[in-house]
Design a protein around this ligand. Sequence first.
Ligand SMILES: [Zn+2]
Length: 178
Amino acid sequence: MRYSVTAFLMCLPLLVGSMALAADTKHREAGAHAHGHGKVNIAIEGKQLFIELEAPGADIVGFEHEAKTTDEKAAVKQATADLKNPGNVIELPPSANCKARKADVELHQEPGGDGHGEFHVTYEFQCGNVSKLSQITFSYFERFKNAEELDTSVITSKGAKKFEATRKAPTIQLGGLL
Ligand SMILES: [Zn+2]
């Protein structure tokens, strides 16, 4: 089935705007997260797949204060490197032929405080066959043992849906959204 190019172009600024807004809100509410629970936003636009992950530092490295010891600094460095490899977070169907174009990792911490800290990760993929993106598995749970759940929102030109991916059920099904 073909997309309406006009409808797609009309939706794009709205979608990008709402994702930016969500990210901005999250910065201010970094203290509101629950440990074990991360958030994922997924958007599919034409051949492009965007994935945004917000994960508590507790889930990624086991602490949220500024890394001070050698071990803590090494843990942050290793986790950042691992998050830059999308394969440590998601598994996409090979037949969708998605190639990562961008992978950014940022650590957000409240300066000087004992407050929460979060890793913010964004990936962009170009996919040869978006219609084969029938499911996404979060390999994230294998790499990050403290993580229990990912509240996941998916937006495509066909609609939007929320999922709860967990350590026991790490795969979401995108049928009907492609
Ligand atoms: Zn926290």
